[in-house]
Design a protein around this ligand. Sequence first.
Ligand SMILES: Cc1ncc(COP(=O)(O)OP(=O)(O)O)c(N)n1
Ligand SMILES: Cc1ncsc1CCOP(=O)(O)O
Ligand SMILES: [Mg+2]
Length: 215
Amino acid sequence: MTDAFPATAPKLGLYPVVDSVEWIARLLEAGVRTIQLRIKDCEDHEVEDVVREAIALGKQYRARLFINDYWRLAIKYHAYGVHLGQEDLDVADLAAIREAGLRLGLSTHDDAELDRALALRPSYIALGHIYPTQTKDMPSAPQGVVELKRHLTRLQDMPTVAIGGISLARVPEVLATGVGSIAVVSAITQAADWRAATQQLLSLVENGIEPAKAM
Ligand SMILES: Cc1ncc(COP(=O)(O)OP(=O)(O)O)c(N)n1
Ligand SMILES: Cc1ncsc1CCOP(=O)(O)O
Ligand SMILES: [Mg+2]
């Protein structure tokens, strides 16, 4: 059996996914403790400064900062973790990520992808997209909360994250599935008042989550 990736918190809580150091800084200041830097379609050298700064901020706030896609830079600057999709798995050096001590989060959309992800023993598994989303072109249909709940039955001892089209109003029905974390982009970045939206999301999603013993 393959070695497991390092553990993360059993429940990751509110998990904003953002595309700049400015967003990382303001959300960490607002109390977010799980966050992802997601900048699409750049070469490593184009994003290196941003990734390095984001990782430094994550450490300053003792936050769980995941780098999407740029796993080489995440290793180079000792990020808390990396988030990879199924296509990324075909090219990333998973052994190097694990040996560097980084946590690994994986995207899944269906049972076959869940099988593949579980076999890799990642730190968390993300399930999506739950609802229609304007933020990313998705080739598949939204899975909805009934399918999410069915998938979660296979993930009893695995930290889980739901993503895709999750608005403040939809949070209660997503949380009712038992998922441990809610990842959002537009619910924060497109909100009329991002600070108020973040506080409302934090109190809904993190109410009742015990502080993790380890990061
Ligand atoms: C928490 C979380 N879940 C899923 C994704 C999507 O990742 P991926 O499939 O690699 O697609 P891109 O984000 O790279 O377009 C995510 N980023 N975060
Ligand atoms: C990156 C990603 N992966 C699956 S859905 C999605 C976008 C989620 O954005 P939003 O929360 O605005 O729907
Ligand atoms: Mg990706």
